[in-house]
Ligand binder design. Sequence first.
Ligand code: NAD
Ligand code: UDP
Length: 336
Amino acid sequence: MTVLITGGAGFIGSHTCVEFIAAGHDVVIYDNFENSNPIAVERIAAITGKTVPCVTGDIRDQPHLEAVLQDYNCQAVVHFAGLKAVGESAVKPLAYYENNVQGSLALLKAMQSCGIYKFIFSSSATVYGTPEFLPYTEDHPLQAMNPYGRTKLMIEDMLRDLYASDPKWSIAILRYFNPVGAHESGLIGEDPQGIPNNLMPFITQVATGRREKLSIFGGDYETRDGTGVRDYIHVVDLAQGHLAAYDFLKIPGCTAINLGTGQGQSVLEVVGAFEHMSNQKVPYEIVPRRAGDLPEFYAQTDFAQKTLGWRAKKDLREMCKDTWNWASKNPQGYEN
Ligand code: NAD
Ligand code: UDP
């Protein structure tokens, strides 16, 4: 039984491949390498001791997807492929709608025509929008606030409509909070192109000397130290959440599930934990707030525990330790 992993060479996809292979599943990666490096596929093989089939292709190419799903006798799809930068999505909305929405549509049509009905989708906490209450539960109202978030919400709606039309489908919509960290081997990790948008890769690049200092976006939020609060989750915990969701797909349905730790951490707390675990200084300055940022959000995780029997185990110190292990061994990412 083979699982097609779209975007399997990327940050979360590569860690998920490792966990699926370790659990005895056959996987095939499908990636166009728009935001990843083929070296990641070699590293997955090095960690697992298994050759990993990898097809270079684009999720918008339905005929190619159908051929791959049939050639590898796939029974399920874990769908990571897509564009993910919030700021860029406001500048290039059509690229986001085309890649994320049209790509997911082509993928689902390919699955339907091949008779494959098990699907795990990478959604995001961004679909909740401004918190009406915290922690966000899965039934919190949905309201995306930027083009990236709207693509995620459109795909979620498409999946709910699809299941309503045909109860053969088993769909898990996983809403990730803030994935960070790296595999403990230091062989795979996050390798953003250009200037990182996210906090942890930026801190890492300051610690390795690639950037001079961190800009902390806002020190005047109504949070415990004035800086923004997020629910950071170790990428290996997140990957294991997908494995739990895969077992859950035995039952037809379309279910949205938060994957977070349930704990909020401020930017200054992340900087402090990173400095402690890496023994490096992370110079920073507090600058004005970033447009569109929410002050604070974190997950209610009871539903994941109840439905998947899964919960995140690794704390912020492990997230920082493993991030630093990866970054210090690969200061230029995969292009060392
Ligand atoms: P990533 O960019 O590292 O991985 C995405 C992968 O998809 C890359 O390997 C890229 O080359 C590939 N890809 C992109 N467009 C493609 C296409 N048209 N055809 C084939 N392959 C394509 O991103 P990630 O951080 O691993 O995120 C994976 C998924 O999780 C994304 O859908 C993202 O929106 C979602 N997500 C990520 C975060 C986060 O903070 N990292 C948070 C919430 C949700
Ligand atoms: N952040 C920051 N400096 C950066 C990047 C992020 O201060 O260079 C802050 C940001 O304002 C937010 C938190 O770190 O409070 C997490 O930001 P990230 O972009 O990683 O995740 P998201 O905002 O999408 O949850």
